[in-house]
Every structure is written in structure tokens, then in C-alpha cells.
Design a protein around this ligand. Structure first.
Ligand SMILES: [Ca+2]
Length: 377
């Protein structure tokens, strides 16, 4: 059943980011989009993909993959998933419907993969074909496993992005307990990786052939990226969680070091500096934008359609911590304004993507999680 949340008449607040200091200003109430509930009753949904026939693929963190019909009916759990180390932040996380799905039925998904007994777990990326009746996965194959396995239930990262050249990007977290490893190239902790869709290594990856470095690595020094998307001009953008403060937006360039934990705009939980307590060092990249306090950024998407007057080219980032969708205006590659949407419900927002119809779809991270569609006013 569909119904609407009225978001009209609400004061919109604008954050004007000036030198990364946020100043809050009140704006006159303006036309607001309406959020239509497409489906509810989803258990902590994490990632959404769009099937060519108008249905949705949704992951639930506990380890279920489900098809949601275009009318909003959520189907049973799809069979054939691998063993998943669910618990804490782990589980079945992002899903990507391949661009050629109508012909190949291929999907990709990432999850927390258990290792042999006692070895812990890590983030893995799998590909499979969805059976013609949608009931199960066929030909499931894990095409990437983060090394090493770690005994931790935190910081799996795990957004998958289909790049324009046919490769896949995936964000990988620092597992919370292994932050120093984000600066080392001999592991996949705190990295952004790039692989081909069969799991092989693109020969133009920046560390191919470099002794001691793993060839899947695209960029490093990341803490826990849970948002990633392509910009309208085809570049990969990502968000990452800082510690207490210091969440970031980055546009990762090949081979570059994004600083964690050597530099950060955050501090330890409960206070206290991280490392030397510095925010910049030569050779380490500055973020495009950062948030203090942390908003806990999740999924992200650009609007490239003409469906929302004035929003084309805006970036949308979900906030888990404060429960809103951040509409971000970008000018000349910089964040120039932020606007809170969907703030009244204070629902943790886990994913946002633009659908094939040009509308924004949002997942709320709750035990009664919802799939929302933003309708233009
Ligand atoms: Ca950084």
C-alpha cells in the first residue's frame, strides 16, 4: 500500500559551507518533495538495485536478498547466497544489477564473508545470475575477498559502483581495530579497490607490478566508506565515516593516499586526538568536504535527470546519525550549500540511488525498513 509523508510547510535549513565551517541559516519555506512509501516491512535494508522490468532488488543486512515488485510487494528470500558472517555491521550489504542484466541476468553483491574457523571475516564481492523465476541465484562465484580476515564485526565498507569502463569499484573499511593498516599497501584494509567483472585485475590499476602492494588497490588511507557513486562526468565519488567528527567526501584518484589515520578532522570517541592530532600533511590528500560533527554518511547519488526542478547535478547523501537526506549543491567541484530533506521522520537513511525513471529511491535502516520514492512537488 502506498501512502505519503507530507513534508510541506517545513522550514528548510541550509548549511552554507564556507571553508568547511557550517553556518546554519533559515530560508523561507519552499516547495518540498513528497516521500512515497513504495514498500515497508523490510528488515534493516542496506542496498537497492533496479531490475530492467521495474522491480527492485533489496538486500537485508541479516542475510536476505529479496525482489520488491513495482507495486511494493516484497517477495521471499532468494536462495543460493553464500555463508554470511552476520552481526554488528556485517551481513549482506550492497547489491548491483549489471547494466547488461536483461541479457545476462547478472548481479553483484557484497557481504561479510566468514573465514575458516577462528580466522574472522572480511568483505567479499560475489557475482551470480538471478534465475528466470527470481527464486534463486545460479553460478554464484566470489570474485574478490578482502585480505586479511580480521576478528571484528565493524567497518566493512562495501559500496559497489559500476564504472563507465566496465570495471567495478568497491569500498573497504579499516575493520575498526586495524586502522594503521589503511596506510599499508600489502593488505586491503581501508582501501578502495577496482577489479574487472570476472575478478581479474585491470592492468592500469596504479599498483600493478609494484612489489609489496596488492594490485586491486585504487586508493588508500580510507576509514570506512559506505557511500560511492559516479558523478555526471563519470568520476568515482565516495563518502567515508570519520571517527568522532571528520566524515568526508573524496574523489579518489589512482594511487593517492587519503590520509586515515595519519590525518583526520575527527577525534577519538569520547575525545582525545588520533595519532598526532593533525589534519594535513604533505603527500596526503585533503577531502573535498568534511562534516564536524559527523553525520554518518551512507549511500550517495547524483541526480542527473530533469525530474526535480533545480536539483539536476545535486548530490544526495543519507545521514544515518541524524536521520535525513542531505541535498548538496556542488559548484566548480566544491560543496556550496547543504539542505536537509526527510528530516521529520528522523529515520536512519542507508542508501539512496536514482532509479531508471530518474526519481530518487531511499532505504531506511530500521527493523521496519522502508523503500521510499521522492516525488517532485
Ligand atoms: Ca581523509
Amino acid at each position: 500500500m502506498n501512502y505519503s509523508w507530507s513534508l510541506r510547510g517545513r522550514l528548510n535549513r541550509v548549511w552554507i559551507a564556507a571553508a568547511a565551517v557550517c553556518v546554519t541559516a533559515a530560508l523561507p519555506a519552499q516547495a518540498a518533495p513528497r516521500a512515497e512509501v513504495v514498500a515497508s516491512g523490510l528488515e534493516k535494508p542496506w542496498g537497492i538495485g533496479f531490475l530492467p522490468d521495474g522491480r527492485f532488488l533489496v538486500t537485508e543486512k541479516a542475510g536476505r536478498l529479496r525482489i520488491v515488485s513495482s507495486e511494493g510487494r516484497a517477495g521471499p528470500a532468494i536462495g543460493g547466497l553464500p555463508d554470511i558472517a552476520s552481526g554488528g555491521q556485517g551481513g549482506l550489504l550492497d547489491v548491483l544489477v549489471d547494466a547488461d542484466h536483461a541479457r545476462t541476468r547478472t548481479i553483484f553483491f557484497c557481504f561479510s564473508e566468514p573465514g575458516p574457523a577462528g580466522s574472522g571475516n572480511s568483505t567479499a564481492l560475489a557475482r551470480a545470475e538471478l534465475s528466470t523465476d527470481g527464486a534463486r541465484l545460479e553460478g554464484m562465484k566470489v570474485i574478490f575477498s578482502q585480505k586479511p580476515k580480521v576478528s571484528s564485526s565493524a567497518h566493512f565498507g562495501c559500496r559497489i559502483v559500476d564504472a563507465k569502463d566496465g570495471t567495478l569499484f568497491m569500498t573497504l573499511g579499516d575493520r575498526f581495530s586495524r586502522k594503521e593498516d589503511a596506510q599499508q599497501l600489502g593488505n586491503h584494509i581501508g582501501k578502495l579497490v577496482r577489479i574487472r567483472k570476472d575478478g581479474s585485475i585491470p592492468p592500469d590499476n596504479p599498483f600493478v607490478g609494484k612489489p609489496g602492494a596488492l594490485p586491486e588497490i585504487w586508493s588508500y588511507g580510507h576509514r570506512n566508506g559506505q557511500g560511492a557513486t559516479l558523478s555526471p562526468d563519470g568520476k568515482l565519488w565516495m563518502t567515508e565515516h570519520g571517527p568522532q567528527g571528520g566524515d568526508e567526501i573524496n574523489i579518489p584518484q589512482p594511487g593517492k593516499n587519503y590520509g586515515w589515520p595519519t590525518i583526520t578532522y575527527g577525534e577519538n570517541y569520547g575525545g582525545g586526538k588520533i595519532g598526532e592530532g593533525i589534519t594535513a600533511r604533505q603527500g596526503l590528500e585533503q577531502p573535498l568536504h568534511y562534516w564536524v560533527p559527523s553525520i554518518a554518511p551512507s549511500g550517495m547519488a547524483f541526480v542527473t535527470s530533469d525530474r526535480y526542478p533545480g536539483w539536476k547535478g545535486n548530490l544526495f547523501v543519507g545521514s544515518l546519525k541524524f536521520g535525513y537526506l542531505d541535498r548538496i549543491e556542488i559548484k566548480d567541484g566544491k560543496v556550496v550549500a547543504e539542505h536537509k530533506l526527510l528530516a521529520d521522520e528522523r529515520a536512519r537513511i542507508r542508501d539512496v540511488k536514482q532509479g531508471p525513471d530518474g526519481l530518487l529511491y531511499v532505504l531506511t535502516d530500521e527493523s521496519n525498513g522502508k523503500l521510499l520514492r521522492l516525488l517532485p512537488d
